[in-house]
Design a protein around this ligand. Structure first.
Ligand SMILES: C[S@@+](CC[C@H](N)C(=O)[O-])C[C@H]1O[C@@H](n2cnc3c(N)ncnc32)[C@H](O)[C@@H]1O
Length: 449
């Protein structure tokens, strides 16, 4: 049996039975196991893929097993998920290998007496798949998409209401793919060409490297990168990992050298450091966040990128620190449901609930109303989320504007990188299926003089 499958089983056990986050459980087993690059790739694919596809895999067990998925012993359910995932979604694994390694997993993990059940269900799937898709789907469109693409009904419903059924299905498919990795080059320490050259020298055809137009500092890596911190230029502060749509937020903010900027939800500092880079490290940037431990990462990132203009301000941004009308620009990169990053965080779809969304919108409203007080007359506030949920985005902004007569939406300027993304209403909704980046919402607001 390959080690990567045993380690994937151990990680899934921690995720399903102890509630561990997928990335944390995966990091732990990657750290404990001594795998080569190819096996690390298979392990990540199995763990991330199975967590993403858990609902579809359960539906298959419900159909093929004598007991429903949730009534199976938890370890058996995890092994069946691994086997069915390989049979259904991994072309490079032959069916016989998927079945045999899963039977071995059962035998080696104190489920010898159930190895026959594993063998029976997986072979039955494999046989049925020769005739067509073994997954039987309901007629109702929401339920059908949710089971086929493995989402809770409420997320699919939210997208169908917002974008229509066809686009909702495209989004479901997009968020089930493995994410690419975007870098943001620090123009104070290197050029895009320097970074491209250094990465290509190291590459050995392990990954593809492309620019992401129109973002001037973005490079996209696809393939097996290995450990990020070992890639050339990382330790020297030449670049930072950041998705292109997150880079767009700071272009919309458009900070200028010498200004006072407050980043109200700053940790771990992806956008704070981008602000400092665009200001050529001249001016004052307050990085505020209520999570003190995460805020320390802002300092570490600023040090690695050799940036001096960032000051830490630990604390709740719903409180009243002495920031009243002090900022030229404020960024509120709000805590949100994260529905634009489901491909990176496979747990979100299972952990988020409509009830939690209500709590989030209350917090987002408070953050926006409080931080608006920090902006000087004539100043700017950019509100952003990495979600595709109108209640946290357009609706929230509209209700803010309805109750704050001194604020209006400011369109990005004609020469801004953000301009092609703006809707006629002035806000920006980045759709992954259209823009090939994480889903994001952002809007630039201006306070009257
Ligand atoms: C989307 S993340 C910010 C990501 C960050 N801007 C970046 O680009 O790296 C949201 C942040 O808001 C912080 N947060 C949540 N509620 C807050 C509050 N009431 N006051 C300050 N920070 C808060 C969280 O700790 C979290 O770090």
């Amino acid at each position: 049996m390959s080690d990567s499958r045993q380690l994937a089983f151990v990680a899934l056990r921690q995720i399903y039975q102890r509630g561990a986050y997928t990335d944390v459980a995966l990091d732990r087993v990657l750290h404990d196991g001594d795998l080569d690059l190819a096996d690390r790739g298979l392990l990540s694919e199995l763990v991330y893929g199975v967590v993403r596809r858990a609902r579809s895999l359960d539906a298959l067990i419900d159909q093929l097993g004598k007991k429903k998925a949730r009534q199976q012993p938890p370890d058996l359910r995890a092994i069946l998920h691994l086997g069915l995932y390989q049979l259904r979604y991994l072309d490079r694994v032959p069916d016989s290998a998927a079945v045999n390694t899963s039977v071995e997993l059962a035998k080696n993990n104190e489920l010898k007496r159930l190895a026959g059940v594993v063998n029976g269900i997986l072979r039955q799937y494999s046989r049925l798949a020769e005739e067509g898709d073994p997954l039987v789907l309901p007629e109702n469109a929401i339920a059908r998409l949710s089971i086929l693409h493995s989402y809770p009904d409420w997320i699919v419903q939210l997208w169908v209401e917002q974008f229509g059924t066809e686009e909702a299905e495209r989004l479901c498919e997009w968020f089930n793919r493995s994410p690419s990795l975007d870098l943001r080059v620090n123009p104070l320490n290197a050029t895009l060409e320097d970074v491209e050259r250094a990465l290509n020298e190291e590459n050995n055809s392990r990954f593809d490297l492309t620019c992401v137009l129109p973002l001037p500092q973005a490079l996209r890596l696809r393939g097996k990168t290995g450990a990020i911190a070992q890639l050339p230029g990382f330790k020297q502060g030449w670049w930072t990992v950041q998705d292109s749509s997150a880079q767009l937020v700071v272009h919309l903010l458009d900070p200028q050298p010498g200004e006072v900027i407050i980043d109200a939800c700053a940790a771990p500092g992806g956008k704070t450091t981008h602000i400092a880079e665009l200001m050529r490290d001249r001016g004052t940037i307050w990085a505020r966040d209520r999570a003190e431990k995460r805020l320390r990462k802002v300092r570490a990132n600023a040090q690695r990128l050799q940036l001096q203009s960032i000051q830490l301000s630990p604390g709740d941004s719903c409180d009243c620190p002495p920031f009243h009308q002090t900022a030229d620009r404020v960024l509120v990169d709000a805590p949100c449901s994260g529905l634009g990053t489901l491909h990176r965080h496979p747990d979100i779809r299972w952990r988020q609930t409509p009830e939690k969304l209500d709590e989030l919108t209350t917090l987002q409203n408070q953050l926006l109303s409080q931080t608006a007080l920090w902006v000087k007359p004539g100043g700017i506030l950019v509100y952003a989320t990495c979600t595709l949920n109108p209640a946290e985005n357009e609706t929230l902004i509209q209700s803010f504007l309805d109750t704050h007569a001194d604020w209006t939406i400011e369109f990005p300027s004609a020469n801004s990188i953000a301009t092609p993304f703006a809707s006629p209403d002035g806000w920006i909704k980045v759709l992954p299926t259209q823009h090939h980046m994480d889903g994001f919402f952002m809007v630039k607001l201006k306070k009257s003089l």
